[in-house]
Design a binder for this molecule. Sequence first.
Ligand code: GSH
Length: 182
Amino acid sequence: MALHRLKLPVEERFLNVFEDHPDFLALNPLGLIPTLVTPEGMALIDSSAILETLDDRTGSIWPRDLELRIHVRNASTLLTGMMQSMVSFFQESSMHEVPSPFWMKDHHDTIKRAKMRALQMPEWLLIQEGKLTQAGWDLAVAKEYLEFRVKDLAFSEDHPTLQSVLNIAMNNPAFQESKPRL
Ligand SMILES: N[C@@H](CCC(=O)N[C@@H](CS)C(=O)NCC(=O)O)C(=O)O
């Protein structure tokens, strides 16, 4: 999504991470997506490594103002961590023969706490000069992903800050196209 937002050309390949793909595992031994191969042939193996590299190259991921950058990056860490717990919750509840009630509750509680914190985020953290910050994009994506994976915790849309974030995100084709679907 960040590459699309920055209008950087990218060739996308989709694969099922739960199948065996030796070429992909040679690029990323962690076997995780997203993985970005740069024009120089380097594989960036984590979304945060991708964002940092894009910011190093273009300066357009994190705010230039240092104080704001610290806050936005921390908010982004909370939201991406929340999405990581959604992945863990989904894996525990749907991919084990006998799901562990302990881990399901643990991930569910983490998501609930992170969601409450996300709903307290001030608008300036998420929107700057009419555009979404990286944390704003993360919140919009987290909202969609929560609805997709952990329906009982889905955000309600009547939260004014979340509503403003979604209105901006919805106008971006990259966001529309990246919506999770089966
Ligand atoms: N910290 C990584 C996490 C990526 C991640 O968990 N990706 C999931 C899909 S959303 C995955 O590839 N899972 C495959 C697996 O667990 O084997 C990032 O942000 O890039």
